[in-house]
Every structure is written in C-alpha cells, then in structure tokens.
Ligand binder design. Structure first.
Ligand SMILES: [Zn+2]
Length: 584
C-alpha cells in the first residue's frame, strides 16, 4: 500500500497511524522488536558442535530470533559451557533429528544441517515462553515419512506472496521449514504475459529467481511448473484444439499450444529452454508438469492428452531441463485426468510399465475427494504419489478476506483418504491466512499418524503461549463450522459465532504482548470479529468490520486502490477499496 493511500484511508476510516504498526513477524528478521532484552536476565548459552556450516549457523540465528521475541532473555553463541548444542550427526537419516540430553546439556542433532533446522523447529514448538524461557522437555528421534514435503506459493493478484519483501519471504520460508517443508514451488506466469519483452516479464522473472535463491539458501528444493500453455502472443497457427470439457472441470485457460504440430513443439521447447536458462545460475531442483486448467490439446494426435501428447511433451521438457540441471527431478501432475473418463490413468499405467525413466513422482488431487484410480488400482509405475491439497480458497471468498481460515477437520478427512499411499505433496497457497492449514498438512507429511488437532495444539502453544490451548481449539472448531455452513449455503449458527467472538476476546485480553503483536494471532482474532459482524451483526460496513478489514489489508500488503483486475480475489471486501480496472 502506498503511504499516501494509507493516510487518505486512515483519515476516512477514523483510525490513527499509530494503531497500524506492522507486526513483528512480518518485519525484517533482526532480533527482538517487542521487548528490549533484559541485561539482568541470564543469557541462554548455545554452541555449535564441530565446524557446522552456513545452514547450521542460520538455524542458530532462527532459534535466537524466535526465542528473543518471546522472552526478555538473550541467546548467545559460546564455544564451551553451553546449555544447548546444535550438531550434525551423520549416523541419523539425512532429514531426521534427535533431541537428547548429554549431562546438563540439551543436544539438538540433525542427520544434516537441514535436519538440525527441523530439530530446532520441534525444540521451539515444545519449549515454553511464559515470562521466561523454559526449554523443551520433548526427547526423542523423529524422521519424516514423506520424502517431498512441498508448498506451492501462488505469486499473483498482488497477494501477500506477490507483495512481500525479500526479508518477509525469507522469514516465512524459515517458519515453514521449522514445520518440515523441504521444497517450495513458484511459477513464471506466462499466462499473463505477451512475450519475453512484456514489461511485466522481467519483474516476474526477478521474483521467481528471488524465490529460488531464498529457498535454496535455506536448503529447500526449488520447484517450478511448466506445461503447454505459453505466452499470449503465441502464433495462432500453432494453438491447441480446445478441450471438450463437458464437466466444466478442466478449463481451457491460458494459451495452449499443440505439441503434435512441429512448429508448436519447437515454440514450446524454445521457450522452455529460455525459462531454464534464466534459472540456470540460481538453480532448479524439481520441475512439475501440469496437464489441465492451463494446458491440454484435444487434437487427434494429442488425444487423450493425459496419456499421450502430454507424456511425450513432458518427457522432452524433462530431458531439456536435465541439460541445465543434471539432478533435476520431475513431478507429473494428473490433475483432472479422466474428467470425463477417457482412460488417461490406465494409459499412464501402461506407459510406465515399459517406459518413463524420466518420471520421478506422480501428483494427483481433485477439487473435492481424492481421485480413486491410484487408491483402487495402484500408482502407475509404482512411483511415489503426491497430493495437492487446496488449503486457501475453500469456504472463503475473497480468499483470506475475513482473516484466518483454519480447516483442520476438513484436511484431516481428506488426509485419511490418502495417508497410506501419499509420500508428500504441494499444498496450494494463496497467502499467509491459512498458516494453520499449512502446519497441519506439513506435519501430515512428516508423520502421517499425527492428527491435525495434535499439530494445532503444538501450534497454539508455540504461537499463542501458555494456558489458551483448549479455548483456541474450540475457537478453531467454531470458525471451521461457520465456514463449512457458509460454503454449503446453510444458515450459520449465530450463537456459535458469538461464542467464537467471546472466546477470541477473552484470550485476547490475557495473552502477553508478544502474542498480541503476532500477525498469526491478529488474523485469528480479526476472523472472529468479522464473523460476528457479518453473521450476527450489522454486516461488513460497521466501524468494527471496516477497521478489521483495513488491518487485514495492511497485514496482507493489499492495495486499497489497484489496477489489478484480479486483486479483489485476495483483498478483504472493504467497500471503499477501489479496483480501477474492474473485477475479473
Ligand atoms: Zn494437439
């Protein structure tokens, strides 16, 4: 938001700038920003065993930062006489960690420096911060069951991922790494660009490269997606044949090209090559190939797309990628395969029985329940199966427009359908308001048997402090119930909405300052306020509702006046907010 817009709007909304300071977790990640360190409080002494490396040093920095935000004590790095030791222990599996005691010292060991980071996450979440630091009592060894624990950031529409600074993105990736993420995906939005010379192309590529650098500096695998839908200016004579799409699920979005047309194939490969080239110095670990929504071709040579034209093109795009990134792994999405049934799943099974060395993972999911084929008939080629849970849009529009949208029961139900077969996945994320959903899903990937509720208990204690867990679990349950009823177009239970509001206010009056300044608490609290206003009050134009939406707009870095015709999808529905180019 431009400062001028903000001032104008604040005047209009009757709020003072002082009440709109940015929360600490979205500010640059340098030390304590709430309370000054108390010099009289004894420091917490931490050492790094052995030489360590840049990532272990980063894990120390994260540990120091997160603890110092919560308590007045400081963390210092010492060479001996430590209370906590960070160590790489190559006897552990690469991504595993162990927390144990060596005399009076707590050791956080990882099978690699990334394992140390995951151990620091568990240590932080199970420590307590009730006035003073109380180190974790959790002891044990933990290794992830899922091998590819990703997160897809949709960097568009001027949502938070699009607008946040590099420091904010880095900090948020750290937070997700503490929950076990090991891969991050972002894409180059050819669908919105005319060609490489489009004025928006260079900034979009700069953003993609920033995501790649930030992820890889944290030891995470960077992933991007490609398909056969390219630039707006692609020549007309190479365009794909539109899909029949009788169920209206596949879409004919974007500007797909027919790869069975030699000129079309050359155009796709030339632009795929340019994309790889532009990432060559920052690195690419995984490429995700995608069939529909954007993409597909219904011509005779390409049909059925999912088990024919798509596989041939994906193989060529993977081979080209390995010229630039020899270790490149591939994820083949089966999104909307057999919608309607046309034998794509079976075709993929047949193909992989004889071919397909180039293919590492298969990704499947759907708008609602998981596709039956891999559950009933096995995963084609025995490849590890991934999911693609939609954690952002369900039950709330605009996305995140009313604050946090925790849906633990929904994701538990969806996970229970697949937990015996899925090895990880890439949740689809439009912003930070579904942070609780991210934590639940990332921990499913880590330990399939850990329930969303158990994860939320850990989340609440870590983010919102001691003594509020039962109330906040009830609050989350009430909020999910309202969202579910609203999604099903059933009347929302106003008594439940008011109970949720009372719970949120009661907790808000008791939490310490570090929690009140935590954006995660703010968005949960604001959701309870906005639910009250819209379901049990006088609607979204009350002063309370407008102030709540304005605060969300600030946290999400939305634009009060925008030229982006899609911004309304991610901006809280404040009546006075303006979309100069209309709403698409
Ligand atoms: Zn075709």
């Amino acid at each position: 938001m431009k400062a001028q817009d903000r001032r104008t709007f604040l005047k209009h909304a009757g709020l003072s700038a002082a009440s709109l300071t940015l929360p600490w977790q979205l500010a640059a990640d340098t030390g304590n920003q709430t309370d000054r360190p108390d010099p009289s409080a004894p420091a917490i002494r931490v050492s790094i065993d052995g030489a360590g490396d840049a990532l272990v040093a980063r894990a120390f920095g994260i540990l120091k930062d997160r603890i110092e935000q919560r308590v007045p004590q400081r963390l210092v790095l010492v060479s001996g006489d430590a209370q906590v030791v960070l160590a790489v222990d190559s006897a552990l599996p690469t991504e595993a960690f162990r927390i144990d005691d060596a005399g009076d010292v707590i050791r956080i060991s990882g099978g690699s420096s990334r394992g140390v980071l995951y151990g620091v996450g568990k240590f932080l979440r199970t420590s307590r911060y009730d006035g003073a630091f109380q180190p974790s009592a959790w002891r044990g060894t933990s290794a992830p069951k899922g091998t590819l624990r990703g997160m897809y950031f949709a960097t568009h529409f001027h949502n938070w991922y699009h607008q946040a600074s590099e420091a904010e993105i880095a900090r948020y990736m750290e937070d997700l790494a503490l929950w076990g993420v090991n891969a991050v995906m972002a894409i180059f939005p050819m669908i919105n660009l005319h060609n490489w010379d489009d004025p928006q192309a260079a900034p979009a590529m700069a953003m993609l490269r920033r995501y790649a650098k930030t992820a890889r500096a944290l030891g995470l695998q960077f992933t991007t997606g490609i398909n056969n839908a390219l630039f707006i200016d692609a020549p007309e004579d190479i365009r794909a044949t539109p899909l029949p799409d009788p169920l209206g699920r596949r879409g004919n979005h974007g500007h797909p090209i027919c790869p069975s047309n030699p000129k079309g194939h050359a155009y796709i490969m030339e632009n795929t090559r340019l994309l790889y080239e532009k990432l060559a110095d920052v690195g690419l670990d995984i490429v995700c190939l995608w069939p529909y929504d954007e993409g597909g071709c219904a011509c005779e040579q390409c049909s059925p797309w999912g088990s024919n034209g798509y596989l041939k093109l994906s193989r060529d795009q993977a081979a080209l990628g390995r010229e630039y990134f020899p270790e490149l792994k591939t994820v083949l999405s089966t999104w909307m395969f057999d919608t309607p049934p046309e034998g794509e799943w079976q075709g993929l099974t047949d193909y992989l029985s004889a071919d397909g060395e180039w293919l590492d993972y298969i990704l499947a999911d759907a708008h609602e329940d998981y596709p039956r084929y891999p559950l009933d008939s096995g995963v084609p080629g025995g490849r590890p199966l991934l999911n693609f849970p939609e954690i952002s849009m369900w039950g709330n529009s605009p996305w995140g427009g009313y604050g946090a949208n925790p849906l633990p029961a929904r994701f538990q139900r969806l996970w229970d359908q697949v937990k015996h077969v899925v090895h990880g996945g890439f949740p689809y994320s439009e912003g930070i308001y579904e942070d609780m959903n991210k934590a639940a899903v990332l921990q499913f990937y880590w330990n399939p048997e850990q329930s969303a509720r158990e994860t939320l208990e850990e989340y609440i204690a870590y983010e919102f402090g001691a003594g509020v867990t039962p109330e906040l679990l009830s609050l989350v349950e009430l909020l999910e119930d309202s969202a579910s009823r609203s999604y099903r177009k059933e009347p929302v239970d106003t008594a439940a909405v008011l109970r949720a509001y009372d719970l949120a206010e009661s907790v808000n009056s008791r939490v310490p300052e570090w929690v009140r300044q935590n954006w995660r608490w703010e968005i949960l609290h604001l959701r309870a306020i906005l639910d009250r206003e819209r379901f049990a009050g006088d609607g979204l134009e009350t002063p309370a509702a407008e102030a709540a939406m304005l605060r969300l707009i600030e946290i999400y870095h939305c634009e009060l006046e925008t030229d982006d015709p899609y911004h309304h999808r991610v901006r809280p529905p404040l009546k006075s907010a303006v979309s100069r180019a209309g709403n698409k």
